[in-house]
Write a new protein. Sequence first.
Length: 714
Amino acid sequence: MIDYKNELNKGQYEAVVRTDTPLLVLAGAGTGKTRVITYRIAYLINEIGIDPERILAVTFTNKAAEEMKHRLRSLVGTAAGSVWMGTFHSISLRILRRDGQTVGLKPGFGVIDQDDRMSLFREVIKTLRIDHKKYPPKQYMNKISWFKNTPQYVEGQIPDAGAFHRVDEVFREYQKRLDEQFLIDFDDMLSLTIRMFEASEEVRQYYSAMFEHILVDEYQDTNAIQFMFLRLLAGRSGRICVVGDDDQSIYGWRGADIRNILEFDKHFSDVEVVKLTENYRSTADIIARANTLIKNNAMRRGKELTAHLETEGALEHLSLLNETSEADFVTKTIARYAEEGISYGDMAVLYRTNAQSRNFEVNLNKTGIPYKVVGGTAFYQRREIKDLLSYLRFFDNSFDSVSFSRSLTTPSRGIGTTTIDKIREFASKNAVSLTEAVKQMFSAFGRGQQEAFRQYITTLDHLASFTKVSDMVNAVIERTGYKEYVLANESEEEAKKRIENIFELYNAAVAFEETSPEGTLTDFLASTSLSSSTDETAGDRVSLMTIHSAKGLEFDTVFLTGLENGLFPLYGSIDEPELMEEERRLCYVGITRAKRNLYVTCAESRIIYGNRTVSARSYFLEEMGFEKAKAVLAPSSRQFSDRFQNYSRRPSRTQNKEPLAPSKAGRKVRHEKFGEGVVINTTGEGAAEKAEVFFKNAGGLKKIVTAFLTFVDE
């Protein structure tokens, strides 16, 4: 027998027992939202007598659904297995299996997986005689996937022909082949279910009547078609309970619409609202900072968290000399807490972008502290980093067969494994380097392969003209066309992350030269190998992750790093009110991951795209109430401090760059012909300055004289 009043606090109890009208539960961070959902389902089954098969509980991940089932099983036993519980897509698939014929699906239709889907797009591109190098299949797959998650697709529209080269033709041919093979893809599941509900009132009413109660987790993360699905299923006055936190809506870039939770009572009648504000996770000081920050957002329903716990901990804001000092401070503090008995697994380092992990990985490796990169890959194990380093490794050692193969085939040059194997065999048999083997075998290759090898060898020979490691890294980035390769083969969001990592590799080379002025390429490559040799088998490890990856997690001790304008918040968000509010919500999420100890750090300078650039403190620091920072100078960085004092009077390490100038990278610009874009990098100065700009709707990466660009954030 469950004692609801004693096992729940007042707000949780109200959220559980109000079952007659649509209910919006605004559940602040750490206030027990999963507890509310499971207890509410138990209350419906045990106290109201609702058949568990007539309860629908929707989550965003399979993991969340499994956790909820596990908790529910402890409350209602085997009845938990009868509740319709799962993600939007898994629920939609169950519905389509029963009634999919309403929208033309054949009984026993299949769902194509990601690999087969990619293969199908390759076939379509080939059939339509589209240049797959200029217009890669993956770009079509990503754009069509995005389109299928819009109301326009649900309404039966096709992609706009002007959006991307022949995308309307590719879409039609792709859909035709799916239909011929009785297949749907992942993106079709929800859209087809909505179409079915709109096409057949009988089917819609069947499911609307079947689900007497609908519960939705993480409602702030729903997008337009997920809202349409729920609206059709529940009706305007249906018994729907949504649980979420408008202050933790951080996936706008992925299509989530915060208005779904802000305007819930506009779409459903007689809505009741319950606010959960008692936080069971963090100290009062941490909660106070979070409250102070988030009050600066205008797009919110308004609530203020209170701390249930009476424990105390550390709460500090620290300003470090540079990114190396920041990583040094974090590492030493982790080591100190470990000596005091806090497990590594209960500590986390959070940052805004994946590329920021490198400095922390390097320092943790040096000190032997075990770590894991959550939701990602260790920096020097990331594909783009290994690809670019393979050029440098082969240049450094022309007998390195693995690096030869990787660098030669990425980006693709039309040289296959058979040819590579022959070169390896020739080199081994004649005791010559792989480069020499290519030169001696050159006449045996076809014309296309000869040109590919000529360009490849020219790129390697070009590296010999440099003495600085950073110049070599920059040359590999620029001459291999790797950025263009990434932009052509990844979604916009993924490409952005990979390009950030590419430039962080360049930053790593510049940082290496600062700390090892006499260091060689061999030394640099050795340092990257040492930095990637973390113990993957260790169970108790410090977590390194972006704040997006940290959502839903909690740690005793959290380091919230990189609080500098342009980094957090990102440059492109500062003059965009809605984007700025999402950045602030992301910061709020970062703060509320900490249970006892929270350290918020910024760096006075940071290497950005190869330049050491003076940083500006994040606006969020003042909004949190941190008027002044505790200045920390790591002992190991004192020597660098002396050099840094005179840095502005010395030539920049990067040719034609002004030292300590505000970075233009990451800023939004507008061009009269190409429209809006984002600056990736700049070269030159004055009237000769050029910007490398990524234009989303105008063919990707272009170099433009800066004078012809308007900075839209000015």
